[in-house]
Write a protein that binds this ligand. Structure first.
Ligand SMILES: [Zn+2]
Ligand SMILES: [Zn+2]
Length: 286
């Protein structure tokens, strides 16, 4: 497992590598544009080349792009859908340019509307973004299930993958906090094993391609998306160790998106804690 953190690319793409190295990361996740604005960031070829060079010279082996939260591929407003399509396509192109393992996307929200119709719209938008880009994978992230958010269960993720046309470039990103909040008890190796076999059964083998490790401030089935620092929430150190040591997840990049002590994101010591918990989890299993 490649453990790391969400980091900022402020000051230029290579800065993200620098921040990842400072934090002891083997994998990093970045936003490819300002998370609160639709306007895409255009990277020059030199920026991309400098990023690739910095990454090659670093211990960082995987980079994941997180699509910005403004997107709603499932919106019933055609204008929002068109903007979401343009932004997602741009993210996939940047992902291809920088050699990202994938673009992680919150599949969208039905708001108060019909869930099935929203899944169909999301699938259409996602299929179009894939058709208009090449190479880079797209990972649909499971959600905590707040409001009308899509992707709260393996059944919904399966329906979304299906609506988006399946295909090799489509996968899933599993977030540990969202799993717990949406009602999947993953706090022991045994329970997690059951949840992961359900995911294989419903999504297909090899569909989970990336991971988010976050503890959860709110309990099992709360449907609230409140990340806690590692070991400080409902998963606790044992639950995090179980997630980090799951045999079927060992080849994947796993990034922390925790608030950190000052809401500055995961610091180095938390990344190192995650690495230690993984080791403890692996030892406990053997
Ligand atoms: Zn996440
Ligand atoms: Zn979250």
């Amino acid at each position: 497992m490649l453990i790391g953190a969400h980091v900022s690319p402020a000051g230029g793409l290579p800065k993200a590598i620098e921040r990842g190295v400072e934090r002891g990361c083997e994998a990093i996740q970045i936003f490819n544009q300002s998370p609160r604005m639709w306007k895409p960031t255009t990277y020059r070829n030199e920026d991309v080349a400098a990023f690739r060079e910095a990454m090659a010279d670093s211990p960082i082996e995987a980079v994941v792009i997180h699509a910005v939260y403004l997107l709603n591929c499932a919106s019933d407003d055609a204008e929002i859908r068109a903007k979401s399509l343009a932004s997602l396509t741009h993210s996939l192109r940047v992902g291809h340019a920088i050699g990202a393992s994938g673009v992680v996307l919150h599949p969208g929200s039905a708001k108060t509307g019909h869930v099935g119709d929203a899944i169909t719209r999301a699938g259409g938008t996602i299929a179009e973004a894939l058709a208009e880009s090449e190479g880079c994978e797209l990972h649909l992230e499971n959600t905590a299930g707040a409001g009308g958010t899509l992707g709260r269960s393996f059944d919904e993720l399966a329906a979304l993958l299906d609506a988006a046309g399946g295909g090799k470039r489509l996968g899933v990103c599993l977030d540990s906090c969202h799993l717990l909040a949406s009602g999947y008890d993953i706090r022991t190796p045994e329970k997690l094993k059951g949840v992961l076999s359900e995911s294989t059964r419903k999504l297909g083998r090899g569909t989970v391609r990336s991971l988010h490790l976050n503890d959860s401030q709110t309990p099992l089935g709360s449907n609230r998306d409140r990340h806690a620092n590692i070991g400080k929430g409902e998963l606790g150190r044992k639950g995090c160790a179980a997630f980090l040591s799951a045999p079927s997840l060992q080849k994947l990049p796993c990034v922390l998106e925790t608030p950190g002590e000052n809401r500055e994101g995961p610091p180095r010591k938390e990344v190192l804690l995650a690495k230690r918990l993984r080791k403890q989890g692996l030892d406990a299993r053997s």
